[in-house]
Design a protein around this ligand. Structure first.
Ligand code: BGC
Length: 382
């Protein structure tokens, strides 16, 4: 059976839509080092820089985004992603700052699923459930650098082999994560995976965006958010989808027109907002899965920075940074507090393997899993 993600040919379409094909300048990819893990492993970096004030540093630990700088409306570039100053802190991190999350992003109910009549038990690492692949998910792995390219579009491809049985998942999975940057201030992330036995896959990026600056003393709750979703998937009190696909009409999850996030995350009349301590939900994106389309847009009124999230997957997890509780010291010893940053994860639905009515997360030998994401930056006038 074919599922939505086994298509091809959208890259050319994306380049056309976002103007990458017409880039006039050269973007640069440069290798560097971030530091060593306790066992002596060197964490390498690749920084992609363009001529329009944007640069992004990615690293082999978790194939993560470590810094990302873009100009504000006055042309001043700032790092706008949360993170740490050393590899050891990333390894201890319970928040998945900037990481590639997998083998299965978000939660699986009690870590259990059945494939071809056989039940699998994954490692439990979030209350009664499995979150983001388990405690040693893709975010905690040291990936290898496959290729680094400068050119009109600069890029780096990371590779990781997840062996059969790792974290409890069947099948050996070969995964790549490619970051590309052209001159249009759009970071393109593309994930691919193949397997040698039937398995489940759901991979996404877990960057925390504070459009005002990662060390700004203002959070993200004044940001104006639009999500192109007419429905969302309600959850239980352990944040597992109930299976229902509910229209957003008349709920605090209706972001179809620009809405101040802070006006929604304190709406305790909604059981769903109470369960998430804010918003931590899967939005079913309008339009056709398999087609690159705009999923969401965020605008920070102070800095004027605008982030558009594009993707070709069926859904978007929007997490309003509800569990940043002031106990984490990030870059430059900055304390991260609730609502400081926003996470947008284009992906399949959480707990998809346990809901036949959700798009399938199954991957078979001979097929290629793919998920393509674009984080595109611009500024808005005052
Ligand atoms: C999840 C949150 C979780 C967070 C961990 C998000 O993707 O939706 O529930 O707490 O990741 O940092």
């Amino acid at each position: 059976m074919k599922s939505w993600f086994r298509g091809a040919g959208f890259l050319a379409g994306t380049a056309f839509v976002l103007g990458m094909a017409s880039a006039a300048h050269a973007a640069d990819a440069k290798r560097g080092q971030f530091g060593k893990l306790d066992d002596g492993t060197m964490i390498e970096t690749v920084t992609l820089t363009n001529d329009h004030g944007m640069s992004v540093t990615t690293m082999t630990l978790g194939a993560s985004v470590q810094t990302l700088s873009v100009p504000d409306r006055d042309g001043k570039s700032d790092d706008i992603v949360l993170g740490y100053d050393s590899p050891a802190e990333y390894l201890a991190d319970p928040q998945y700052f900037g990481a590639t999350v997998g083998r299965f992003a978000n939660r699986i109910d009690k870590g259990r699923f059945t494939l071809d009549g056989k039940q699998y038990q994954l490692e439990i690492n979030d209350g009664p459930n499995t979150l983001h692949g388990g405690s040693q998910g893709f975010d905690k792995r040291v990936w290898t650098i496959d290729s680094v390219k400068s050119g009109p579009t600069a890029s780096v491809t990371y590779r990781y082999k997840s062996v059969d049985g790792e974290g409890g998942y069947p099948g050996t999975l070969n995964v790549t994560a490619t970051y590309s940057l052209g001159e249009d201030n759009a970071l393109h992330i593309s994930y691919r995976a193949t397997t040698n036995a039937p398995t489940i896959v759901n991979i996404s990026n877990h960057s925390y965006w504070n459009l005002g600056g990662a060390t700004a003393n203002t959070g993200s709750m004044d940001d104006l958010l639009t999500i192109n979703a007419s429905a969302f998937t309600p959850v239980s009190d352990t944040l597992i989808p109930t299976g229902e696909v509910r229209p957003v009409d008349g709920t605090p999850f209706d972001f179809r027109t620009p809405t101040r996030i802070g006006d929604r995350v304190r709406d305790g009349s909604s059981e769903q907002i109470r369960y998430g301590h804010g918003i931590d939900h899967n939005f079913v994106i309008d339009g056709e899965a398999g087609t690159m389309r705009r999923m969401a847009r965020v605008e920070d009124p102070d800095s004027g920075r605008v982030l558009e999230i594009w993707g070709d997957g069926p859904a978007l997890q929007f997490y309003s940074g509800n569990f940043l509780d002031g106990t984490m010291l990030g870059k430059g010893k900055h304390i991260y507090r609730e609502g400081d940053a926003l996470v947008f994860e284009p992906q399949l639905y959480p707990d998809a393997p346990n809901h036949p009515n959700f798009p399938s997360a199954r991957l078979d030998p001979g097929d290629t899993y793919s998920n393509d994401i674009i984080f595109k930056f611009s500024t808005a006038d005052e």
